[in-house]
Design a protein around this ligand. Structure first.
Ligand code: KG4
Ligand code: ZN
Length: 330
């Protein structure tokens, strides 16, 4: 079995996965959402201290399995350095005491492998990664051959939902709240621009519509409940239309049989519906992770680690360190 740890942002999570069967034996996640909600975003120092309490508490429950652990895996990049370090220190201590190898896992690759939990891998495919920190189109050929073909020039998709929610004082994380409010809103009331609409470049940008929301809220002055619902619906329409427009453009020139959406924001049903239609038009199969594995979790990290374990790709205790940047993708 592999024990995996995730602490790249505000979720403390540990999982245990069987190497041969890929079966998830144990998984527990403690989210800090409520603790950060009043600040309208994650406070790194607070998140780090909460991991220091939550991770050892989860680890206690793993005791019955520790003698069967063959490797310890941990997210080491990209993420908040002060929170990554909590998981990394625990992973190093465990690797030493259990005398097993250490495997550092890239968080983005983890999101991709949320598709393959308790399953075989499926490659090649085009993957849209939409999370709080990233918005990317990735061409994935194999576990060890992945290429970013488009990414955001500024804010990420999930981050823009968080920021709009913050402006409307709706709490954190903003994505699920904005999606919920949008259900009662008129998506055609406000004319949010579609970013990079006239640009040939295949890239994403969310700072423009975020600022459009800011100006709109300032102009409205007395914002009613209906105004909030209408802003959320109109904003979400434009945010998703932008993803669709750029992906469509890319699919015009590159054919794929399989297309997946991963990352915390892939839980958004409005986005899922829009991409179902796009995939139908392009005759490709749409794959999504189970809802419980869309947001950050250690199970996806453990699933990547199985592939590393098979190839004996291990890290030394001295070289594995946290990083806010992703060194893996080109
Ligand atoms: O992957 P994730 O759990 O953490 C990162 O790696 O960033 O993604 C969290 C992000 C947050 O920005 C959150 O607001 C967004 O995903 N999110 C959503 C939805 N659920 C979560 N965004 C839009 N719609 C949702 N339903
Ligand atoms: Zn994530």
């Amino acid at each position: 079995m592999i024990l995996s740890i995730e602490s790249s942002c505000d979720d403390s999570s540990i999982a245990i996965t069987e190497i041969e069967s890929k079966k998830v034996i144990f998984h527990k996640k403690i989210s800090q959402d409520v603790k950060h909600s009043k600040y309208g975003g994650v406070v790194p120092e607070l998140a780090s201290r909460l991991h220091a309490i939550a991770l050892p508490n989860i680890l206690k429950e793993c005791k019955p399995y520790l003698h069967e652990i063959k490797a310890v895996a941990v997210t080491h990049e990209p993420g908040l350095v002060v929170t990554l370090i909590e998981g990394i220190m625990m992973a190093k201590a465990l690797a030493i005491s259990l005398n097993v190898p250490l495997i550092g896992v890239n968080h983005l690759k983890g999101h991709i492998y949320s598709l393959f939990i308790e399953k075989e891998e499926l490659f090649p495919q085009l993957i849209l990664l939409v999370s709080g920190g990233h918005t990317m189109l990735i061409e994935a050929i194999s576990c060890f051959e992945m290429k970013i073909v488009a990414s955001t020039l500024d804010d990420s998709f999930g981050e823009s939902f968080d920021k709009v929610a913050k402006m409307l004082k709706l709490g954190y994380p903003g994505g699920p709240i904005v999606e919920q409010m949008a259900l009662d809103g008129d998506e055609d009331r406000f004319n949010f621009p579609i970013p990079l609409k006239n640009s040939k470049e295949i890239a994403f940008s969310y700072s423009g519509i975020k600022n459009f929301a800011r100006v709109l809220i300032e102009e409205l002055q007395n914002v009613t409940h209906q105004d909030i619902c209408d802003i959320c619906a109109s904003f979400q329409k434009s945010a998703v239309a932008h993803l669709i427009q750029k992906t469509k453009k890319y699919l015009k020139e590159h054919k794929y049989r399989d297309f997946s959406i991963v990352g915390g924001a892939s839980a958004n049903n409005y986005l899922r519906k829009a991409f179902m239609e796009l995939c139908l038009e392009n005759s490709c199969n749409l794959h999504l992770a189970k809802m419980e594995y869309c947001s950050d979790n250690a199970v996806m990290i453990g699933r990547v680690a199985i592939e590393y374990y098979k190839k004996e790709k291990f890290n030394s205790l001295y070289e594995l360190k946290p990083s806010s940047k992703s060194s893996y993708f080109n």
